[in-house]
Design a protein around this ligand. Sequence first.
Ligand code: PDD
Length: 276
Amino acid sequence: MKVYLNGEFLPLEEARVPVMDRGFVFGDGVYEVVPVYHRRPLAWERHWARLEHSLQGIRLANPLSREAWEQIVERLVAESEQADQSLYLQITRGVAPRDHGFPANIVPTVLAMSKPLAPPPQAWLQDGVQAVTRQDDRWLHCDLKTTALLANLLLRQQALDVGAVECILLRDGRLTEGAASNVVLVIDGTLVSPPRDHRMLAGITLELVMALAQRHGVTVQEREVTEAELRGAQEIWLTSSTREMLPVTRLDGVPVGTGKPGPVGQRLLAAYQALK
Ligand code: PDD
């Protein structure tokens, strides 16, 4: 596997970053995950815009032009062994003696790599997956896709520890998102997702699914979702670039709706498969 690191294309094993990289020491960086199908990045424009938003949010200028990024991406995608890929882009503030303040004249570290993207297991799609709920104890800049993911990791692991695949988060009694996914619900036939604000990442998959829903005549609503609404939803679906759409059929051990993947989400999943 080849990676791009600071101007060079190298085998993964040869790619090295100094220990004083602020990405390593502080988690001082941002990233993107872009799904690639048939060697074509899906919704590149949206991922690019979100990368710029994350960079702005941590006050870091993009070290490369859009054209330069696109050339890197094109080469990695072309040289990757599989046509369907998960493309990873990361920018950290760079290498400097450890100090909390932003160093002057620092050169950002740029990493890009692509790995094969496998579809989720068939059993997950057929039977659905289990999720648990936890209090969302992350910071209030969840709209930024930063590499500082420890809070997300601790939450996701709590789900894995009990055999669930995702941890669904509630802040002040309101649904936010999953530890590494967004959450959409079907409530009285309407597709509902929480407001895209600082409490959650504006997921690209979510945006695509909401747009598909509108095209298929499903009413969509972006609004606050209470814990009671989450627990009473007919359908719960997780969306993310790597797992696409996954039906949640048990939440904290309790069946969701009929306990089977619901029809509204299934229609949208089929539409998403066609789109990609
Ligand atoms: N994560 N919310 C969080 C906290 C996420 O980490 C992700 C995706 C999403 C879904 O966003 P999108 O649809 O744009 O992938 C929502 C990626 C896949 C990751 O960290 O690997």
